[in-house]
Ligand binder design. Sequence first.
Ligand SMILES: [Cu+2]
Length: 163
Amino acid sequence: MHRLQPWLCAFVAALALAGAPAEARDYSLGALRIVEPYARATPPGARTAGAWLRIENRGTANDELVGVASPIADSAELHVMRMEGTVARMRPVGAIGIPAGAVVALVPSGYHVMLVGLHQPLVEGGNFPLTLSFAKAGKIEVEVSVIALDAAAPAASAGHIHR
Ligand SMILES: [Cu+2]
């Protein structure tokens, strides 16, 4: 496991703050921490959108993300993206494991939340509620920040893992 020096973490955090006008959003639910839920602005007429976030399990028991819901779409699903040969395909999954002590990142190229049947376009700078349901920790509603279509992903979701 890659380990960053504390001063470097502080530096990265400062960069993230400087680059993002909206404050980083963190949520706690029991031993779980949900970090920086975000989505990208959609073009008019788009019917689907992805949403991403990071989940840290600081406890000693495994948990699972078993469901998602949002009032901005007909349905919200858990998906996984996989390469099949040279083609990226996604499919629904029933649950995403959140093992004890692990950090699980939902990212565009892997596990993600899929909003199907969007009621309106996602607009940069806006946000929308998303309810996450965990097998053990229960439910929590988080606010998903909408960033520009071409903006860099939030630093906290970009792959740093602090243990
Ligand atoms: Cu998907």
